[in-house]
Write a protein that binds this ligand. Structure first.
Ligand SMILES: [Zn+2]
Length: 180
């Protein structure tokens, strides 16, 4: 699946109706994209292409897993990638112009003369959008061995120091006020 051509869909040759494409993405795909905040991602994308005259409806179903770090304590975590996305591809005469004007991110234009469509960027984008925004140890693991106590202690300490520092500054500010 490392081959670029794998993402080129020759849709001209397809009959009207539904067609299924499957993409298995592993480390190398993400290394090439310089993805750094997750390791050993494995994603499977099932793409369904519904060909109609004048437009195509693409549906991407993302599944998979990756290793990330807990936002709270930094412990390694495994997460599931799971989501689906749709893309409407319309064939028009002035595709570039239409793409510039289109505000809906789920609509894309290609020119009528086109025979192939490259879905690599969409697949990458949709896999990345399937990564949860926040990664945290589950509530029952927080404070337990899974949600590293030492790190949490340090964070608490730093927070306390910060608060004391802020309090000192506040007093300093008041002193200045008093002197005036
Ligand atoms: Zn944690």
């Amino acid at each position: 699946m490392a081959k670029k051509r794998a993402f080129e869909i020759a849709f001209v040759g397809l009959k009207p109706g539904l067609h299924e494409f499957n993409f298995d993405l592993e480390d190398q795909f993400f290394i090439d994209k310089d993805v750094q905040d997750m390791t050993h991602p494995k994603a499977h994308v099932k793409m369904t292409l519904e060909k109609n005259s004048g437009f195509m409806l693409l549906k991407f179903e993302v599944g998979g897993s990756a290793a990330v770090h807990c936002d709270r304590c930094g412990n390694p975590l495994n997460i599931d990638l799971w989501d689906d996305f749709k893309m409407l591809v319309k064939m028009v005469e002035n595709a570039d112009e239409m793409n510039e004007q289109e505000e809906d991110p789920d609509v894309f234009y290609i020119s009528r003369g086109e025979s192939h469509i490259n879905v690599e960027d969409w697949i990458y984008e949709f896999v990345m959008l399937s990564v949860p925004l926040q990664n945290m140890c589950s509530p029952e693991k927080m404070g337990g061995p899974q949600c590293n106590n030492e790190v949490l202690e340090k964070l608490k300490e730093m927070e306390q120091q910060q608060n004391e520092h802020n309090a000192n500054n506040l007093w300093k500010g008041l002193d200045k006020f008093k002197n005036n």
